[in-house]
Design a protein around this ligand. Structure first.
Ligand SMILES: Cc1ncc(COP(=O)(O)O)c(C=O)c1O
Length: 363
């Protein structure tokens, strides 16, 4: 017997208004032949590394909870990047660490736009106010404007993706340092793309106790493991450890991460190849009629089209090539973002772009 309609009202109306207003982070889930939309490393692990991962997983006790502080994985990460394992916590992707920071500090959260969507989505999901300042036309950071806004709204957290997603540029050292020195807020320098720029603010951690640095293993070949890293002053780590979920890095991710990071040379060689492919892709895009790529210190390239972004995106998709369509009113009007793929994927992308633009110019 069905209950009366008065009792079958969905509980969704009880969800907090801040959450009801949100739009979910959009991820295309259809299978595609050439996937260049999500800044993943295109290379599968070589057979010797896969063997090590398989052996490590075979030894793993999945009936037991994981090491709550993931000590061995932390040490492997610290060795890989040359950091201090004592000053870090790990997260289920850096996405989880972004959430931890907002949970700990609260809002208002201040971000330059355009930037990585999760800063705003996570802050709003936690019912925190979000303030924004525009980047300049060339996507550089106007430090004075950001500082002024931080003071005006009394920002508690500022997120600076450095290099920035989706624009690909790294904000000037001086601008970031000026922000660090002038605000009374936690300044999160998100170095998700550090491995492709080689430049970091981490050496300045001692000088700037309000700085938090994020990195991730996702962009260098381990996106499926979901492991992110946060480095900060010990007292900040202590506070964040209070709100971090106890077993946030599962046993399989810990075991596989440790096994893969032992193959440092393999990972570094893949990163070097991607950096050189980025240069090749940038040059090829520059030569295309009506396309303007933006310089990139990441593993993706943002480019502007002459008004045909959505048409290009759709035609590429019909050919089985998925990139990211960012075309919307505002600073990303007519813009698309392509992740640097394996050499043959980049060749195919450029070949298809040439074909699409040729049909454009012939009417
Ligand atoms: C700037 C930035 N930070 C963080 C992330 C999230 O990375 P993770 O896979 O570690 O959650 C991304 C992913 O695209 C990103 O672009």
């Amino acid at each position: 017997m069905s209950p009366k309609s008065t009792t079958t009202k969905s509980i969704s109306r009880l969800v907090q208004p801040a959450v009801r207003k949100l739009t979910a982070y959009h991820i295309v889930e259809e299978p595609v032949r050439v996937k260049l939309d999500a800044m993943e490393n295109p290379f599968p692990l070589p057979p010797d590394v896969r063997r090590d991962v398989a052996e490590a997983i075979e030894r793993t006790l999945i009936n037991r909870y994981p090491d709550p502080s993931a000590k061995e994985l932390k040490k492997a990460i610290a060795d890989f990047w040359g950091l201090d394992a004592e000053r870090m916590i790990l997260g289920n992707g850096s996405d989880e660490l972004i959430q931890a920071v907002v949970l700990a500090f609260g809002g208002p959260v201040l971000i330059p736009v355009p930037t990585f969507a999760m800063y705003e989505i996570t802050s709003r999901a936690l019912s925190q106010a979000v303030a924004t300042v525009p980047l300049r036309k060339d996507f550089s950071l106007d430090a004075d404007l950001l500082i002024k806004k931080a003071k005006q709204v009394k920002a508690k957290v500022i997120f600076l993706a450095c290099p920035n997603n989706p624009t690909g540029n790294r904000f000037a050292d001086d601008a970031v340092r000026k922000v660090l020195e002038s605000v009374n807020a936690a300044v999160v320098i998100d170095e998700a793309y550090f491995d492709f720029s080689g430049k970091s603010f981490l050496p300045f951690l001692d000088r700037h106790p309000n700085m938090i640095v994020l990195r991730t293993l996702s962009k260098i070949g381990l996106a499926g493991l979901r492991v992110g890293m946060l480095a900060a002053a010990p007292e900040v780590i202590e506070e964040l450890n209070k709100i971090r979920l106890p077993y946030n890095i599962n046993v399989l991710s810990q075991a596989a991460g440790i096994a893969v990071l032992k193959h440092r040379e393999t990972l570094k060689a893949q990163i070097s190849l991607l950096i050189s492919e980025r240069g090749r892709l940038y040059n090829a895009l520059s030569r295309l009629q009506g396309i303007t790529p933006f310089p990139s210190e990441t593993n993706f390239i943002l480019f502007r089209t002459n008004g045909s972004a959505t048409r290009i995106f759709t035609m590429l998709k019909q050919q089985g090539i998925l990139i990211k369509n960012l075309d919307r009113p505002g600073p990303l009007r007519n813009c698309l973002r392509v992740t640097v793929g394996a050499p043959e994927e980049n060749n195919e992308f450029i070949g298809q772009m040439q074909g699409i633009l040729a049909t454009d110019s012939h009417g």
